[in-house]
Design a protein around this ligand. Structure first.
Ligand SMILES: Nc1ncnc2c1ncn2[C@@H]1O[C@H](COP(=O)(O)OP(=O)(O)OP(=O)(O)O)[C@@H](O)[C@H]1O
Length: 252
């Protein structure tokens, strides 16, 4: 399995009124931390929703660790986690109850589920609230509960849409630490973010999407070279790449 990509998208397409994702080819290697960047409306969320099985592509293929996610969605979902930008949790449950519920959906054995729940609540600083109902929780606490729920079945591929939006500095630090630890333990992460510093610091490779296509990809150094901006910040590189793509599309 070593050479199998964690995620492979080929020719992925989805049109609403206009094309949102337009023949996207993207490969994320096993064990990497990959950041997906792009301007508003670039097609990032639409892409991830198709990977997570929430939206049917018009064309293209999605492979998750070699499993065809369209033909065999259950096999793909078993090994991945999807954390949307506004995750849903059950207000009437406590974090402990919620984690037990989600673990049950994934058939995680009870003792293992309890061990993982205790570990995640501890890592995310939710311990003191483990037995309080989620209904009174702040946005950041809810996001952390949702993240814990998404990790309870120990997914190999973790897909997050803007996971740090709305988190205070301490919560963002905890979430980043948990994600880094997952990658160290062998998981693969794909994350969209508009916080370019986060992509710069955390991601091994960065993909830039514009107009539903991948316009550039690589390490920060490779992207700098591509944009002809050695020594620049990711923000400068990103803006140069997106502006270049916009000009090329207008000229076409
Ligand atoms: N359910 C939908 N119905 C109609 N149009 C949609 C729908 N979802 C997305 N779109 C359109 O598809 C395009 C891509 O949207 P998407 O949310 O994937 O972009 P994004 O890169 O995630 O943007 P942002 O950074 O603003 O979150 C946009 O033009 C958007 O208006």
């Amino acid at each position: 399995m070593r050479d199998v990509a964690a995620l492979e998208l080929v020719g992925l397409s989805k049109t609403f009124v206009r094309p949102a994702v337009a023949g996207l080819d993207l490969t994320v290697r096993a064990g990497e931390f990959y950041a997906l960047l792009g301007p508003n409306g670039a097609g990032k969320t639409t892409t991830l929703r198709m990977v997570a099985g929430l939206l049917r592509p018009d064309a293209g293929t999605v492979r998750v660790w070699g499993h065809d996610a369209l033909a065999d969605p259950i096999a793909a979902k078993r090994i991945m986690a999807w954390i949307p930008d506004e995750p849903m949790i059950y207000d009437k449950l406590t974090p402990l109850e919620y984690l037990a519920f989600v673990a049950g959906l994934w058939s995680v054995p009870n003792a293992e589920a309890e061990r993982r729940a205790a570990e995640l609540l501890d890592l995310l600083g939710l311990d003191p609230h483990a037995d309080e109902r989620c209904e009174g929780f702040s946005k950041g606490m809810r996001q952390k509960v949702a993240l814990a729920g998404a990790l309870i079945h120990d997914p190999r591929l973790i897909i997050l849409d803007e996971p740090l939006t709305g988190l205070d500095a301490a919560a963002a630090r905890l979430v980043k630490d948990v994600l880094r630890a997952r990658v160290r333990a062998g998981a693969t992460i794909i994350m969209t973010t508009h916080i370019l510093e986060v992509a710069e610091r955390m991601a091994e490779r960065i993909g830039v999407i514009a107009g539903g296509r991948l316009i550039a990809e690589g390490t920060l150094e490779e992207l700098r070279e591509r944009a002809g901006r050695s020594g620049s910040t990711l923000e400068e590189v990103f803006l140069a790449l997106v502006a270049g793509e916009g000009a090329a599309r207008e000229a076409a």
